[in-house]
Ligand binder design. Structure first.
Ligand code: SF4
Ligand code: ZN
Length: 925
């Protein structure tokens, strides 16, 4: 039974709702005012008490009215405030749920996007959205899914009140604490906002981006250009926020693009002239000021970056920062540029002593002293002539000055320095820095123009899209949506492709993936099965490592394949720098270059790198080039395209330059053609004329000391194949191995062969082979035969003597580093004699032998035995003696001894395996 009070309250609420339903807008306006004055700040329970437990009926009415009338703005402010009373009523989220269900959030977003909405109504709407967003993850998701990010971003960009911009920013921040699934949406929304014209909004966007970026594992390349453009803002707070964000981005994959962009901003190149329309307007008003401001900010940013990380400072050096800083130093039109360039230059000179001499020679000793003493006031000491030297001589002149400085410095300076100064042993760091700098001073081996990089990507990828081969792992990498399976599939392909040709791998790959489609399937297989599957593919430890890796993934990583380049490298056995980068880019889309043999060749030719391609300096330069070139949107395709180019066009011998999609970027191609054109001009009697059609490219400026230039002279006959140079190959080790095919008749009457297992480590680890013994020169062959015979006797429990061994022939098998010759013998045992208990030995029938995990060498031995069989059978059939097939060392075959056929000695006559056993069986029957 309800009390009288309760009944009265219900009556009051029903009458209130009836008044609302029947009332016109004036009545409703009055009711809202009354509601606000009596209920603001109440909790859920207080509101429910006031409204007889049905307060949400009123909320629903206000929400609906707002949806219908927000476009006209009728009492919109009051409605928003009233809804605010409900949504902020603490301790319960019932009102929130109902508000969202009634379409309230969508209406708030519409209010924000409506051009006629008043700023104060937008502010209320933003505050309500913050309340909704702060209520929990599912509400944040709802806002994001309702196109909220775009609407809020537009509101932030177009609002002209600080309060609203600040509230929109707070809303973004709140949303960024939600489901990572939406981070990207928020992130990209913020990046799009960076070009907005309001400095306040720009600053807020940068703050929020900082927060969002730090939650993300990667950065999107589209952030780079607007961020660099923000450095030209005349509002220092915007510039500072942009610098802070750049400092954060140094740990992300866009670092190299960002660094090259910063270097380019120092001038004197076209890159520091890119500007959007708004900025062009600004430039009209303020002349070159924004560009100079940006130049100064770039110099400052680079100093801060370099001070923060030695790795980054070395990267800046390799991007040629020094001549660019020297250029900026000469900008007498902008004092701050000179100050910032001096500070940065001083930092680099102090940190990398080898630069000192070069900078001193370009600046002159007075200016240099000022630079090192008081960089902040150096601009005061700079004469017009000094500035002209730095400024008016474009970069190439500065570069050529540096070159002559280096060349002269090397000859003259050495003498002076060596006699004047006591000799000091250079520390390893200095030597390394010197190497970095020497390598970096030449842009010849680099891609310094970002536009050139973009064109190269586009040329290569267009070619790849048309010409690529359809390969099973490529198909899987595109069609497999399960990230774990995709990573596994690419891992398997990359391991199989290590040192094995694509054509050979395809079949093995298909069979493998059919049998073990997931990492869990592979982990459950036995090593024996894996070896069996791998048989014939070579480099057997690869299969074993895949197997080991799969078991590690299942037992230690909960079945989840590592999903970063770093973790792939650290956690999977057999995965090195290249393989991790290839899997990371192809399967996971990480933006990283991948340098394999094909890519080494292509890059060396593209940038005329002719030093030993295995040296540390070249290796690092190639990785740095690959990282710079890789397409940020299609890293996997780009890396595969480079490899495809190396495999099909830029081949080791006979490269097809006329069909090459990146020919216009290729330094070695230009070099060869300029040389050819010069020769033909000479022949035509026009020496000295400049080639007309091909650009005259500069040679490496530091050819004598450069760690990337060829140390051997150019060979005209080789053309582009002058690049790359490999170190002289070590000749393969020559080995001879005594092998004995031991045969018995099995219980079923079938021929059986004795196989022993190789050790678990080293060459052909864990594979099965015929009993063998490495021949050593110091021991006689007879002695070694005896030793092998003893081993076989032990294994089979028989009492063999080496005289029973029948010479069959020799088989040559070439491993990458061993030239192996198997000296093959055979011996037949009586079935009863031949038992073996050893777990590393087994008897296999011919069909089992074909399926077993044996090496190609063993297969070749079986083939040899078969060919001998056939020849012998033919001889017996013809009833006359025929010449045996051409086998090595035929002359060594024992022919003097007539065989005496018995179960234990079938031997001094050469018999085929089959006929041999037929004979034995006949005898033993
Ligand atoms: Fe290789 Fe010739 Fe292409 Fe240069 S132009 S990348 S050498 S195929
Ligand atoms: Zn060079």
């Amino acid at each position: 039974m309800l009390t009288q009070d309760v009944q009265a309250n219900i009556g009051k609420v029903l009458s209130f709702l009836r008044d609302w339903d029947r009332g016109d807008r004036t009545v409703r306006g009055r009711m809202l005012n009354t509601f606000l004055s009596q209920n603001s700040g109440k909790t859920f329970y207080e509101l429910e008490l006031e409204f007889a437990q049905v307060a949400s009926l009123f909320l629903a009415r206000v929400t609906t009215w707002m949806r219908l009338t927000y476009m006209f703005g009728t009492f919109l402010g009051l409605q928003l405030k009233a809804i605010g009373v409900f949504l902020s009523a603490s301790s319960h989220d019932q009102y929130l749920v109902e508000f969202v269900d009634d379409g309230g959030v969508l209406t708030l977003l519409e209010i924000l996007g409506h051009s006629k909405s008043k700023e104060e109504d937008k502010r209320e709407a933003l505050c309500l959205l913050i309340t909704v967003s702060n209520a929990g993850r599912k509400y944040k998701e709802f806002i994001c899914e309702s196109n909220g990010v775009k609407v809020i971003a537009e509101s932030l960009a177009t609002s002209n009140t600080d309060h609203n911009q600040e509230t929109a920013r707070a809303l973004f921040e709140s949303l960024s604490h939600g489901n990572p699934k939406y981070h990207n949406q928020i992130y990209k929304g913020l990046i799009a906002l960076m070009i907005c014209s309001s400095p306040k909004a720009q600053q807020l966007v940068l703050f929020t981006l900082h927060i969002v970026q730090s939650k993300m594992k990667t950065a999107h390349h589209s952030i780079v250009e607007p961020l660099l453009n923000m450095l030209r803002s005349l509002h220092l707070e915007v510039q500072d926020a942009a610098i802070d964000l750049i400092l954060l981005l140094k740990s992300y994959d866009v670092r190299l693009v960002l660094l090259s962009g910063l270097v380019a901003l120092l001038g004197p190149s076209k890159e520091n002239q890119h500007q959007n329309t708004e900025e062009s307007e600004m430039t009209k008003m303020t002349g070159s000021l924004p560009m100079f401001v940006q130049q100064a900010a770039a110099a400052k940013t680079m100093r801060l970056l370099a001070e923060d990380s030695r790795e980054v400072s070395q990267e800046l050096l390799s991007l040629g920062v020094i001549p660019h800083l020297l250029f900026a130093l000469g900008n007498r039109d902008h004092t701050d540029t000179q100050i910032q360039a001096s500070l940065a230059l001083q930092y680099f000179v102090r940190s990398y002593p080898p630069i000192e001499e070069h900078v001193r020679r370009v600046t002159g000793s007075t200016l240099y002293a000022a630079l090192m003493d008081k960089p902040e006031t150096l601009y005061m000491n700079m004469s017009e002539t000094q500035a002209d030297i730095l400024l008016n001589n474009k970069l190439d002149i500065i570069m050529s000055r540096l070159r002559s400085v280096l060349e002269k410095g090397k000859r003259v300076g050495q003498e002076v320095v060596e006699t004047a100064k006591p000799k000091r042993k250079k520390s390893e760091t200095v030597v390394k820095d010197e190497e970095t700098i020497n390598a970096s001073l030449s842009t010849y081996h680099n891609f310094s123009d970002p536009a050139d990089v973009v064109r190269l990507r586009s040329h290569l990828l267009s070619w790849y899209d048309k010409e690529k081969r359809e390969l099973p792992w490529r198909t899987l990498a595109v069609t497999e949506s399960d990230l774990n399976i995709r990573t596994y599939a690419v891992w398997v392909s990359e391991i199989m492709l290590q040192q094995t040709q694509v054509a050979t791998v395809i079949d093995y790959y298909n069979k493998w993936m059919k049998r073990w489609p997931t990492v869990q399937d592979l982990a459950a297989a036995s090593l024996e099965e894996v070896n069996q599957m791998w048989a014939g593919l070579g480099y057997y430890s690869r299969g074993k490592r895949l197997h080991e890796g799969s078991q590690k993934v299942v037992s230690e990583l909960k079945g989840q394949m590592p999903n970063t380049v770093d973790s792939l490298l650290k956690q999977l056995p057999g995965v090195g720098r290249y393989t991790a980068a290839a899997i990371g880019s192809i399967a996971l889309g990480h933006v990283t270059g991948a340098v394999d043999g094909n890519v080494i060749r292509v890059l060396c030719r593209l940038r005329a790198i002719g030093a030993d391609s295995t040296s540390p300096a070249v290796t690092e330069a190639l990785w740095s080039l690959a990282n710079k070139l890789v397409d940020p949107d299609r890293p996997g395709d780009f890396n595969q395209a480079m490899m495809e180019l190396g495999a099909r066009i830029c081949t080791p011998k006979g490269p097809l330059c006329s069909q090459c999609p990146v020919q216009t970027h290729c330094r070695s191609y230009s070099k060869v053609h300029i040389k050819q054109e010069k020769i033909s001009q000479k022949l035509l009697g026009k020496p000295g004329r400049k080639p007309s059609t091909l650009p005259d490219i500069e040679d490496c400026i530091n050819i004598e000391t450069c760690l990337l230039c060829p140390s051997e002279p150019w060979n005209d006959e080789l053309g582009v194949q002058n690049f790359p140079r490999k170190p002289a190959k070590k000749p393969p080790r020559v080995e001879r191995t005594l092998t004995c095919v031991v045969i018995r008749v099995g219980e079923g009457g079938e021929d059986e062969y004795l196989l022993t297992q190789r050790p678990n480590k080293g060459l052909l680890a864990g594979l099965w082979e015929f009993p063998s013994l490495l021949l050593e020169e110091k021991n006689s062959e007879v002695k070694q035969k005896r030793a092998l015979c003893a081993d076989i006797s032990k294994l089979t429990g028989t009492n063999l003597t080496e005289s029973l061994f029948q010479y069959v022939g020799e088989v040559v098998h070439i491993f990458s580093h061993i030239h192996q010759t198997y000296v093959v013998h055979s011996v037949c045992l009586k079935d009863s004699d031949a038992q073996t208990q050893n777990e590393n030995a087994q008897w296999l029938t011919r069909s089992a032998l074909q399926e077993a995990a044996v090496s190609t060498g063993v297969k070749k031995i079986v083939k040899l035995c078969d060919s001998v069989d056939e020849a012998k059978e033919q001889t017996f059939k013809d009833g006359k003696r025929k010449k045996l097939p051409d086998m090595k060392n035929d002359k060594k075959q024992p022919t003097s001894k007539k065989p005496k056929l018995s179960a234990t000695n079938v031997g001094s006559r050469q018999l085929s395996l089959n006929s041999f056993f037929k004979t034995v069986k006949e005898e033993s029957d």
